[in-house]
Ligand binder design. Structure first.
Ligand SMILES: Nc1ncnc2c1ncn2[C@@H]1O[C@H](COP(=O)(O)OP(=O)(O)OP(=O)(O)O)[C@@H](O)[C@H]1O
Length: 313
């Protein structure tokens, strides 16, 4: 039985002057999950996040927070954590003071906020920088402060708009580890991101948006099915292939030549692999076959290349 939803987005629409930024978007974020909002630049992710945070209002549709018993509630500052896309902290105030201030605004005592902030600064390699002003920190370190500010008070739901932005790969991995830990401790996480390899490791469920609409939605397995391909087989040949290899493959299978001695077979989930493998071994002069699940990165590129990404008015 899946956990009950903590956030229900229903048929949400958002227009700006000349742009229809969010078009009939519906999904639920379940309590205790890591939910990823993906999509190209301009897909409508931040517009949606800003509406969830109550910074702007939907033109149509509804956004509802629900308690564990299913009752709708209006979230209070302690319930939510928010990492905005644009950095929103005071630039010329020491970082510890900023963190304690925001912790207190969200219901923490000064003492708890100070203790927790110091703990997080240590965890994120910023011990000793407590009294530095935000704008003296590097971009990645400013992002760490913004992240600490979003989760310091241990909200029920943390909404992280591009948390990995500006971080080097080591720090991206550190954030990945911390986000997992927070989730294991009971925090629900809704995040948007462009780093498909990280999301593949992190997210329980995913929504892929394009031009304001949802194009794929579900677990990674479900998204592979919706995209039409689940598995890819790379075939390396000893001698160049004939002009038309593997004629009459089953419906849904696609053959893509890469070079005269290499090709890829893309296969849908429900297609039996063994008859295809036997054909490959009989008809091709094979050196190696490499079979793998299609990565989220490739699903993303294939889905969006086929559709185009330009936002329409
Ligand atoms: N305040 C605004 N006024 C006018 N248009 C806006 C405003 N905010 C966003 N838009 C437009 O709405 C569309 C969706 O933008 P949004 O920032 O939600 O996309 P996004 O998916 O978050 O993109 P990115 O990955 O680049 O952050 C874009 O065409 C953008 O130009």
């Amino acid at each position: 039985m899946p956990n009950p939803p903590i956030l229900v987005i229903d048929a949400v629409e958002k227009h700006y002057a000349t742009v229809h930024a969010v078009r009939g978007v519906s999904f639920e974020v379940r309590s205790g999950e890591i939910f990823a909002l993906l999509g190209p630049n301009g897909a409508g992710k931040s517009s949606l996040v800003r509406m969830i945070m109550g910074i702007t209002l939907p033109d149509q549709g509804s956004i509802e927070f629900r308690s564990e018993s299913g009752q709708a509630f209006v979230p209070q500052p302690p319930d939510l954590g928010y990492l905005p896309e644009d950095r929103g902290l005071y630039k010329d105030i020491p970082v510890l003071r900023t963190l304690v201030y925001f912790g207190q605004l969200r219901g923490m005592t000064r003492r708890d906020a100070t203790e927790e902030a110091k703990k997080w600064l240590g965890r994120l390699d910023l011990a000793g920088r407590e009294w530095d002003k935000l704008d003296t920190l590097s971009k990645g370190n400013q992002q760490k402060i913004q992240f600490i500010s979003a989760i310091l008070h241990r909200p029920k739901l943390a909404i992280l708009d591009e948390p990995f932005s500006g971080l080097d790969p080591l720090n991206q991995n550190l954030f990945l580890e911390i986000i997992r830990e927070l989730c294991n401790d009971g925090m629900t996480i809704l995040l948007s991101a462009h780093q498909m390899a990280l999301i593949e490791q992190l997210a329980d469920r995913i929504v892929l948006m394009n031009r304001g609409q949802i194009v794929l939605q579900g677990t990674l397995g479900e998204i592979r099915q919706q995209a039409g391909f689940s598995r890819s087989m790379t075939l390396d040949l000893r001698t160049p292939m004939s002009a038309t290899p593997l004629q009459g493959l089953p419906a849904g299978a696609v053959l893509e030549p890469i070079s005269p001695t290499q090709m890829r077979l893309l296969l849908p989930d429900d297609l039996a692999i063994s008859p295809i493998l036997s054909r490959c071994t009989q008809e091709l002069d094979l050196v190696e076959i490499h079979s793998e699940r299609l990565s989220l990165h490739e699903i993303y590129i294939r889905t969006l290349t086929a559709r185009g990404t330009e936002t329409e008015a």
